[in-house]
Every structure is written in structure tokens, then in C-alpha cells.
Design a protein around this ligand. Structure first.
Ligand SMILES: [Zn+2]
Length: 331
């Protein structure tokens, strides 16, 4: 039997945590944080208590109450009797926005996380540079552990300097079928505001299922989304799971329109021009880069954006400017 259980993402924006079970296989489609619900209890200066976080987050219904999926160091510390016996077979990640990956930190490190190579690069960036204590997407630094001191004189609490342990992160190739247990999955590129976003056609024992992740049809790569629509239709899906944040909106402005308008605004003005956009919206970054270039100006980006550009270049994303580009300056 095939079943779907929604632990987030229904009648809310993001926070997708969808459990798909088929025969002996169990996977999550994304494992994200719902910003609104999370913000009901926590804020930047008041994050979850690390010592009891899994219990707190389950109690607050932010994390699903499922045995066997949470990381051993936390469970052991909280004396939660948990074993990997009924763990899951993997998480299929659509893209690296926090509302789709935000709670991966809490999962066991041996649960395979299936991602595109661009998504892996962004998750590595979060792991290495993320502020706060819950950003271990590709590696974990086991907590609450006592290890022998280097000089052999007693024990010390393990910390980041003692090294990280790798998570089981597996990179898929777009349009290439792969298996997770009894399921067959084909990932397709879709257009979104950051690189590496995927939609999936998943073949179960009771027909195929389409999971769109977040996609759009007005960005620079709308062709990817249309290709996915076509391939998904060819898969003759029984069910399609899609976000409907803007499902009733008709007509929307394209990225080209934003670029034209911003270039026009800046053209005959002197002095500093300030633009505001989400830090990881690399599509918009490219828009303002082009605007700066065509107006003989410099685009000043912040350090975190510069590091993101470097990570994405290393992951093979060619279309974005390099940080040593003459039009780019780092603040
Ligand atoms: Zn998104």
C-alpha cells in the first residue's frame, strides 16, 4: 500500500515534511521548517534549547513524533529510547530553502539525503558558515560527548575543533532515474530563485506521483519548469503535490521586466543606488549585476553572498558572476 502523511506544508507556506510510504520503503519529501510556526515560539536571540530541543520541538508539533529518525547524540542526551529500527530510507530534497531543509539538522546522520549538486553546495555553505546552532546539513558535530583530552589527562567536552562526522548526502543527476528502496525517482530541473531546484516524478506500487517542490514560470529558466510539466504529464501521475502560494494569481512580472525597470531607474541618477533582495536569491542578484554592468556601476554585495557565489561556482553554476569580476565589490 502507498500512503502519504503530511507533517507540514498544508494550508501554510513552506515547512514541507511529507512522509511517503510504499511497501517497505519510507521517505520524506523535504524536511523543512515552517517559519510562522517556528516564530510562534522562537526568535533569533531565543532559539530552541539544545539540551531538550527534539522533545520541545515534538511537543510544540514543529517536528513529527516519529521514532527512529532523530540524531543519536540528542536522543541519548534526552534519554529518549530510540533506535534506528524503524528509521526512514531517505529524504528527497527539492531545494535548499530553509522551509524545505531547515530541520534536517535533527535527523540521524545515516539517513540518506538526496540532493542536486547545487543544493549540496548550498547546504555545505550553511553547515560551514551558518549562524546559530542548528545548521548541520552535510556534517554533524556530535553534541554532549566527552572525549579524552589530547594530553591524556582526563576528559573534555567534544566541540567543533574535534572534527565533524559526514552525513550520508547523495547527489542525484537530473533526468536520471534512481532508486530509494522500492521507489523509483526521476528528478527534473525546475526554475526557482536559487540554483539546483528539483521537481520529482516518483514511481510507486500504486502509480506515479509528482512532487513539484517550489517552481515558477517567470524566471530566467522558465523552460526548465515547462519541461518538467511535460515530463511529469508523460509519467501519468495519480497524484500531484504542489505548493499553491500564488496559485490564484494571474499574470506576474518577469525577471527581465525587473531588470529593465531597475536599469531605467538608475540610468540618469547620480550617487548611490540601494537595492534590496533576499540574500540567496541569486537570480535577482544576477538581475542587479546586469543592471550595474549596463550602467557602468559596481554591484556591492555582502560577504555571505560572495561566499555563496564561490560555492556555487565550485558546484559548476556558470551563469553567475565570479567574485573577482570587475563589476562586483564586496562590502
Ligand atoms: Zn523555495
Amino acid at each position: 500500500m502507498t500512503s502519504l502523511t503530511f507533517y507540514g506544508g498544508v494550508k501554510e507556506i513552506g515547512g514541507n515534511k511529507i512522509l511517503l510510504e510504499d511497501r517497505d520503503t519510507k521517505i520524506f519529501l523535504d524536511f523543512g521548517m515552517n517559519f510562522t510556526q517556528h516564530a510562534n515560539y522562537f526568535t533569533e536571540y531565543m532559539p530552541p534549547r539544545k539540551c531538550t530541543c527534539i522533545r520541545d520541538l515534538i511537543k510544540l508539533k514543529l517536528l513529527p513524533d516519529i521514532k527512529g529518525i532523530y540524531r543519536e547524540d540528542y536522543c541519548k542526551h534526552m534519554k529518549l529510547k530510540d533506535t534506528k529500527d524503524n528509521s526512514i530510507d531517505g529524504v528527497l530534497v527539492s531545494h535548499a530553502h530553509i522551509d524545505h531543509i531547515g530541520y534536517i539538522h535533527f535527523l540521524r546522520k545515516d539517513i540518506p539525503i538526496h540532493v542536486s549538486k547545487e543544493t549540496k553546495a548550498i547546504m555545505e555553505l550553511f553547515t560551514q558558515t551558518g549562524a546559530g546552532g542548528f545548521n548541520e546539513y552535510t556534517q554533524i558535530n556530535p553534541s554532549f560527548q566527552l572525549i579524552p583530552k589530547k594530553n591524556g589527562d582526563g576528559l573534555k567536552r567534544r566541540d567543533a575543533r574535534d572534527g565533524f562526522e559526514e552525513r550520508d548526502v547523495r547527489v542525484f543527476t537530473f533526468e536520471k532515474k534512481f532508486r530509494i528502496g522500492d521507489l523509483e525517482v526521476v528528478p527534473y530541473r525546475v526554475d526557482h530563485s536559487l540554483p539546483g531546484a528539483a521537481g520529482f516524478v516518483i514511481y510507486t506500487s500504486e502509480g506515479s506521483l509528482v512532487y513539484t517542490g517550489d517552481l515558477r514560470f517567470h524566471g530566467r529558466h522558465k523552460g526548465w519548469s515547462y519541461n518538467f510539466v511535460q515530463k511529469a504529464a508523460e509519467g501519468k501521475p495519480e497524484i500531484m503535490l504542489s505548493e499553491g502560494t500564488r496559485i490564484r494569481e494571474t499574470g506576474t512580472k518577469t525577471e527581465e521586466y525587473v531588470q529593465e525597470q531597475s536599469a531605467k531607474e538608475i540610468k540618469n541618477k547620480k550617487g548611490l543606488a540601494i537595492v534590496n533582495f533576499p540574500i540567496r536569491d541569486t537570480d535577482r542578484l544576477l538581475t542587479f549585476y546586469n543592471t550595474a554592468l549596463s550602467n557602468n556601476r559596481k554591484l556591492i554585495i555582502e560577504v555571505r553572498q560572495a561566499i555563496l557565489l564561490d560555492f556555487l561556482h565550485n558546484a559548476g553554476v556558470q551563469e553567475l558572476p565570479k567574485t573577482d569580476d570587475r563589476t562586483i565589490k564586496i562590502f
